[in-house]
Design a protein around this ligand. Structure first.
Ligand code: HEC
Length: 126
């Protein structure tokens, strides 16, 4: 855990130095797991999805259906990045999943943050 925090601090420090490119989201940017995405996930998603993306967050016990395990390679292969992004922004109900998966309408105008979350979810694959 200490190591992870250290790595995150390092990444945050590095991105903090560079100029932030606005709007210039490239394909490369979409595959980078940023510290920002990780902290967003930890604050807003991990309570249900678990800090490791396994669907074992503290609130998950009360959920039915439960959030899925993102380390599951079969699930990873079954969804597109677009589907994941849509679920994040519009919520479970919009894609025929559980309405307990809350929408994040504030991320609608922040495609980079959504991309970061998608990349993070992809990175959990075993
Ligand atoms: C209140 C608990 C809760 C929170 C908070 C939450 N989720 Fe979910 N999420 C769920 C549940 C429950 C499901 C499963 C829905 C289903 O399978 O019907 C889900 C499903 C998903 C899916 C779809 C997986 C699939 O089966 O295709 C994605 C992607 C996702 N969540 C991402 C996120 C992200 C990113 C955040 C934070 C911005 C977040 N969730 C916050 C409960 C939550």
């Amino acid at each position: 855990m200490k190591k992870v925090l250290w790595a995150l601090a390092l990444v945050a420090g590095m991105t903090g130095c560079g100029k932030k490119e606005d709007g210039g989201s490239t394909a490369q940017a979409s595959s980078a797991v940023t510290a920002e995405a990780k902290s967003l996930f930890d604050t807003r998603c991990a309570s249900c999805h678990g800090t490791g993306g396994k669907g074992d967050g503290a609130a998950a016990a009360a959920l039915n259906p439960k959030p899925r395990d993102y380390t599951d390679a079969a699930w990873q292969a079954s969804v597109t990045d677009e589907q994941i992004a849509k679920t994040i922004v519009e919520g479970g109900a919009a894609v025929g999943k559980s309405p307990l998966m809350p929408p994040a309408p504030d991320l609608k105008d922040k495609p980079d943050q959504v991309k970061g979350l998608v990349a993070l979810i992809r990175s959990y694959k075993k």
